[in-house]
Design a protein around this ligand. Sequence first.
Ligand code: PHE
Length: 340
Amino acid sequence: MKEKIDKLLNEIAEFRTEKKEELEQYRLKYLSKKGLIPSLFGDFKLVAPDLRKEVGQALNSLKNKAQEKFNDLQSQIEDKATDDQKVGDLTLPVDFEELGSRHPLSIVRNKIIDIFARIGFTVSEGPEIEDDFHNFTALNFPEEHPARDMQDTFFIEKNPDLALRTHTSSVQVRVMENTQPPIRTISPGRVFRNEAISARAHCIFHQVEGLYINKNVSFADLKQTLIYFARELFGEHTKIRLRPSYFPFTEPSAEMDISCNICGGKGCNICKYTGWVEILGCGMVDPNVLENCGIDSKEYTGFAFGMGIERITMLKYQIDDIRLFFENDKRFLKQFKSAL
Ligand code: PHE
């Protein structure tokens, strides 16, 4: 028995092939039901009891080695076959490069632009590095306003008159300087604030701000425009509510909540069990701002609003951490492939 096992061990160790058919012969000869190794197992009952342990171990090890050899040769042959096919068979389908998809912030920005374009708003853009006049002074920020503080704003060290814009209201100042009413425009873009990064806040984020100036524009126009917007973006059953607020550049000012689109207003952890979530700031443009930009505030009135695209996107797609937008993890981005 021992000699037989050793003989087979040698044969197996020496066996080489690159051919599928020869490997099949090997399997039939050694491993198949009627092969040499199973028949040795059949003879095992003839082994003297005191040798059984030793012979049993040798048999098992022979069987394992034979099977391993078979597995190795089989995968070598298969690998080679696919390699050959890749080079040789031009009719095989190609390996596709994965297609990318739009970033969720771009998807939502485009949806917002579309919604306002349908009611006549154009898109305006402006510089991300702004001077004090366009970011603050023209917008009626008093000299000592906390938003001018280093805590909130990234100033350019060599020229303290320049800063990274803290909102895109600066773009609207530029539009008003260069155009007489009627003005109906939105300004999407990147803004910067000196904030600690957390799940809810980031020092870089995106806004869309809107401005409408004409004769006889009233708060009712603002409200109707915002109801239209909220229903287009979050669905026709969305309700809005306006709460009094303060901004230096609008009077009166308000913050707008929408009925929570997650729980439908019943109360959940997204709306902190209030049924409402805040989505934007708005108000009637302060006459001082119109005058600062060369528009006659006796003839014209207007409204303005501004929202963070990250916040809107988080609410729309139930995303719970703002940092996900900046990490560009493909597992996150892929989920928006069909959201276009
Ligand atoms: N500029 C404000 C902000 O960045 C938003 C806003 C715009 C509020 C227009 C009212 C009117 O927070």
